[in-house]
Design a protein around this ligand. Sequence first.
Ligand code: HEM
Length: 87
Amino acid sequence: MWIAANRDARTFDQPNAINTERNTSAGLVWGQGVHLCQGAPLARLEMRVALEELLSTTKRFEIAGDDVPCRTVYPSNGLAALPLRFS
Ligand code: HEM
């Protein structure tokens, strides 16, 4: 249960809070040991390039619409959708 492990309060202070300064070295988002994700370097590169490109043309962003975001279902994690408006 990678998702539960990444929210373990014995390892992560305030595990449900967004903290961009958090030390994630104990995180299991890429799995661990013999099950370590083979695509992690590619996925990190894709995320960095996508965020750099998006933020280079973005001054601000906000939640679009009034719908309350709903959670996705296992084995995914997080929100099913979160419409944002970039400007
Ligand atoms: C944000 C993106 C990604 C996340 C969060 C992620 C996460 C994971 C996790 C947690 C596992 C371990 C699954 C388990 O055994 O329980 C895994 C395995 C794996 N991932 Fe990823 N992954 C991502 C992207 C990718 C990409 C882009 C590729 C290939 C291009 C990839 C290829 C693999 C492969 C081949 C395995 C099996 C490794 C093994 O057990 O030998 N993943 N990934």
